[in-house]
Design a protein around this ligand. Structure first.
Ligand code: ATP
Ligand code: MG
Length: 224
């Protein structure tokens, strides 16, 4: 383990126990360096979202270790996991995960409120992000009235609000046209360049491959 290693997964196994038992991750080993941009590719159901949710501390894996900045987060309490998620991680959910009864402005402010950021800073950050994504006019709109692509851009704004050092993006361009998808990839690229942000994108979009340092096949990660 070196200081440059931002994310290390060791023999990560996750089994969903529902009506049917599904082994979603079967012994994944993966190391990602600080500032690296990695694309997770693989067919539907191959475990991409599960892997990102484990990294974000949303799922406690059945077994294995997840080191973020040399700290094994599988050992942390729920409260500590919430703090790590708030301070370190920006997660763009595959299904946006916006709060429908809050405006776009309020949705983006939520993670900053949780981190006790002052009002002026929150306001400025929201305005900057909305401008960057060309959705300023929807600031006071509610998510159900936005198009899929607009919601997706708001979701990226929520993920970036607290300037995370790790961005986990689950199909962040699934609903975007080529131009807007390119904007999101370029923004991610600049963040990794300017702030050494580490990026993990799960996607079916082969266009993403041009913007990352390497891609990882889920079928290879998941072969025992
Ligand atoms: N909450 C859950 N409960 C039970 N099984 C689940 C749950 N979430 C995912 N699974 C199962 O785990 C496996 C991996 O799912 P996951 O969502 O991680 O795949 P994915 O690669 O992200 O797929 P997609 O490309 O369709 O988004 C699938 O077989 C799925 O049915
Ligand atoms: Mg998925």
């Amino acid at each position: 383990m070196s200081d440059e290693d931002k994310i290390i997964l060791e023999d990560l196994i996750h089994i969903y126990k529902g009506v049917v038992e599904t082994v979603a991750l079967r012994g994944v080993d993966l190391t990602i360096k600080a500032g690296e941009k990695v694309c997770l590719v693989g067919k539907s159901g191959s475990g991409k979202s599960t892997l990102l949710h484990c990294l974000a501390g949303l799922i406690i894996p059945s077994s294995g270790k997840i080191f973020l900045d040399n700290e094994d987060i599988t050992k942390l309490s729920i409260n500590d996991l919430v703090k790590i998620r708030r301070d370190k991680i920006g997660l763009v959910y595959q299904n946006y995960n916006l709060v429908d009864f809050l405006t776009v402005d309020e949705n983006i402010q939520l993670p900053m409120l949780a981190a006790n950021k002052p009002k002026e800073e929150r306001r400025k950050r929201v305005d900057d992000l909305l401008k960057e994504f060309d959705i300023e006019r929807y600031k006071k709109s509610y998510p159900p009235y936005l198009s899929g692509g607009e919601k997706q851009r708001v979701a990226v704004g929520v993920a970036l609000a607290n300037n995370p050092s790790i961005i986990l993006a689950d199909e962040p361009t699934g609903n975007l046209d080529l131009e807007n998808a390119q904007k999101i990839y370029e923004l991610f690229e600049n963040l990794t360049k300017d702030y050494n942000v580490t990026l993990v994108i799960a996607t079916h979009d082969s266009n993403a491959l041009k913007y990352v340092d390497r891609h990882v096949e889920m079928s290879e990660l998941n072969s025992l």
